[in-house]
Design a protein around this ligand. Structure first.
Ligand SMILES: C[S@@+](CC[C@H](N)C(=O)[O-])C[C@H]1O[C@@H](n2cnc3c(N)ncnc32)[C@H](O)[C@@H]1O
Length: 498
């Protein structure tokens, strides 16, 4: 498989592993839906601790790298090549190579994290246009695996040409779609509608209900399935040239006896196969061109958003709710967690909320948005469409350059130690036993200043089945520790990285 090489690639391929964990600091709200303000690289890294392998559906709409956007490369990658890019606004046509390299360096580690967050039966949808679709597909083949490619969907986003364009007026975007493991992904199809069901009728009052006639012939021809059929009026039929009947003579006789062959109301038509609505799957298999008549166009999306914000234009180029809803209909379940790491105006949240209302689902969303409008637009939209959420800011990094952050407060250190052991928030400190971080599953976790010895052990008051004690050193013998089920963890050596 061809791999894409780009300047800086060697530095970003595993860069996501070097990003420090930081707590998502809760600001307000009590919902399981999350809106996180901050750089998605950092937020996704933190979400790994709690959501690895748990996200069923990801939709992202990253900057398209048109050369006109103000996205800023701000990853602090310690590579001189990349450092020179930091903080610079994306260049114009003359610096084309740099522009693509920079975009790929931005996307690569984020896609790696998104891949880790997906559940085994999860699916990711990525909106993109001609500027980066070819590059994006190559790195996705690498990160998600070419065997997990599901589709390159075309979204017809415009309904009329822009006549000012010299050559073509582009009327579509793409949505790249990959499964985490194609063998586990289940496509629910597009929900059936009155329109799709209107193809079904029941002209012969079949007690099995609605059906539609389907072609009985298929191509190319298989010799043994070419035979003569005699209709109810005695008229004889052979399959058209180059084709054969779709079933063997024996199977045909069975279908005929079961009243599943149709020769038209007067019995003179070419035979067809009766396909019952009750036999087809609940959803319609999606095709890869999504027309604006089905999922809306860009102007629809802008109008929808304006209406929510009292006629004010607050965000350029949002996606349509119907478009994202279609993605979620295809691959999410009513209890799935949905993630959008480039949230913009929050269209994904509205799509989740609407879909839940339609099918009484309980899907949860996680949105991440870098810009300050995360509160005034992203979160505000969710409020205005009747959704609830909890709002988070990014906390301080726990590690800097691979070492414990020297500026870490004691409280944050205690909180991290407990979280790294239990994946739970630390309970409030008990002033009578300040070394105790908390008790989980019969294990008491303690942080002792300096040396763990018999004097410091005396500070432990609450009895437990066993004890994990963090300290800088330990002068209690292994035998005594074993006797009292004490597990000593040396700081900083034994601090777990999450
Ligand atoms: C094309 S817009 C998404 C629009 C969205 N789909 C909608 O319908 O409103 C991309 C968004 O990603 C945000 N973004 C860009 N880089 C980001 C980063 N590193 N972390 C989080 N958000 C980022 C931008 O601020 C912008 O709001």
């Amino acid at each position: 498989m061809p791999n894409l090489n780009f300047v800086g690639k060697s530095k970003v391929v595993n860069y996501h592993r070097d990003v420090s964990f930081r707590f998502l600091e809760h600001q307000y709200g009590s919902s399981e839906n999350m809106i996180i303000h901050g750089d998605n690289l950092l937020a996704l890294r933190s979400l790994l601790a709690t959501h690895r392998g748990k996200i069923k559906c990801i939709y992202i709409d990253p900057p398209y790298n048109t050369g006109n956007e103000n996205w800023i490369y701000n990853d602090n990658v310690n590579d001189p090549e990349i450092k020179t890019w930091i903080g610079k606004v994306v260049g114009d046509e003359e610096t084309d190579l740099n522009r693509h390299d920079k975009w790929l360096c931005m996307m690569y580690p984020r896609l790696r994290l998104l891949h880790e967050l997906l559940s085994d039966d999860g699916v990711i949808f990525i909106s993109i246009d001609d500027n980066e679709v070819a590059n994006l597909k190559l790195i996705c083949q690498e990160i998600f695996g070419s065997r997990n490619f599901l589709a390159q969907i075309i979204w017809e986003r415009a309904y009329a040409p822009v006549n000012l364009k010299k050559h073509f007026s582009t009327s579509h975007d793409y949505i790249l779609c990959y499964a985490k493991k194609i063998s586990e992904a289940v496509c629910h199809g597009i929900p059936r509608t009155e329109k799709t069901d209107s193809m079904y009728g029941n002209p012969d009052n079949d007690p099995r209900g609605l059906w539609r006639s389907d072609n009985l012939s298929v191509g190319p021809a298989v010799e043994r399935n070419i035979y003569e059929i005699t209709g109810p009026t005695g008229k004889k039929f052979l399959p058209p040239s180059g084709r054969c009947w779709r079933v063997s003579r024996e199977k045909y006789d069975e279908l005929l006896a079961d009243n599943r062959i149709w020769f038209g109301s007067d019995g003179n038509n070419v035979p067809s196969f009766k396909r019952f609505l009750s036999d087809v799957k609940q959803g319609v298999t999606p095709m890869t061109i999504w027309k604006y008549t089905e999922v809306g166009h860009s102007q629809d999306a802008t109008k929808q958003l304006k209406e929510i914000f009292d006629g004010k234009s607050v965000f350029q180029y949002p996606k349509s709710v119907e478009l994202i809803k279609r993605c979620l209909q295809l691959y999410s379940d009513p209890d799935s967690i949905i993630l959008d790491a480039f949230a913009g105006s929050g269209t994904t949240a509205q799509s989740v909320i609407e879909l839940n209302r339609e099918d009484s689902g309980n899907r949860k969303f996680i949105l991440i948005e870098l810009m300050d409008y995360c509160e005034s637009i992203t979160a505000e939209r969710v409020r205005r469409v009747g959704g609830d959420f909890s709002f988070y800011e990014l906390g301080d990094p726990i590690f800097v350059d691979g070492e414990l952050n020297p500026d870490l407060s004691k409280d944050l250190f205690r909180r991290y130690l407990y979280f790294s052991e239990t994946k739970k928030e630390i309970p409030p400190m008990n002033p009578d036993e300040p070394t105790l971080l908390g008790i989980n599953d019969g294990i008491a976790y303690h942080l002792i200043d300096g040396d763990l010895n018999f004097n410091s052990l005396a500070q432990i008051k609450t009895r437990s089945n066993s004890y994990v004690i963090y300290a800088e050193s330990c002068t209690i013998s292994q035998e005594t520790r074993d006797q009292f089920k004490i597990y000593f963890k040396k700081i900083p050596r034994d601090i777990r990285r999450i």
